[in-house]
Write a protein that binds this ligand. Structure first.
Ligand code: SF4
Length: 144
């Protein structure tokens, strides 16, 4: 079985079955661990420094513990913190994202996806700088 390696270029290493199972197990084991949940929430809280507010982010295991948590007051604290983080980043606005595909080349082999490396039946395309520029303008126009 492949070793978990978040920095690997191979899908089976950075999307690792063993790591996913261990993470789910870790979350189940800790979903009532109030002290750990408080610690994770504190880590997630936006902090102020000389450059303004910033968040350090959570690991996938920490996020899994929060997702598994079913302690009502901790979930309430999570909701309040989520709002705090959202306001810190986006203010009082609704922000929408649209994907901009720069190419359909891929080095991975996800079998459900037609872009996977071994599919020789599709045309591959990488946008030029000019095409990227046009795509961005088209996306901007759709948002007006
Ligand atoms: S583009 Fe398709 S094959 Fe490549 S990583 Fe994404 S899902 Fe997997």
């Amino acid at each position: 079985m492949a070793e978990y390696n978040v920095k690997s270029m191979h899908a089976e290493e950075f999307i690792n079955d063993g790591e996913i199972r261990e993470t789910i197990e870790y979350a189940e084991k800790n979903k009532h661990n109030a002290a750990l949940i408080d610690e994770i929430l504190e880590k997630a809280r936006p902090k102020k420094d000389g450059n303004g507010l910033h968040c350090v982010g959570l690991s996938h295991r920490e996020a899994a513990v929060l997702l598994a948590c079913d302690i009502p007051e901790k979930n309430e604290a999570m909701l309040k913190l989520a709002e705090e983080i959202k306001l810190a980043f986006y203010g009082n606005r609704i922000v929408m994202f649209a994907p901009l595909y720069l190419s359909n080349y891929c080095i991975n082999g996800c079998v459900y996806c037609p872009y996977h490396l071994k599919n020789k039946h599709i045309a591959r395309k990488k946008l030029t700088q000019e095409e990227v520029r046009r795509e961005v303008i088209a996306l901007q126009d759709m948002g007006q």
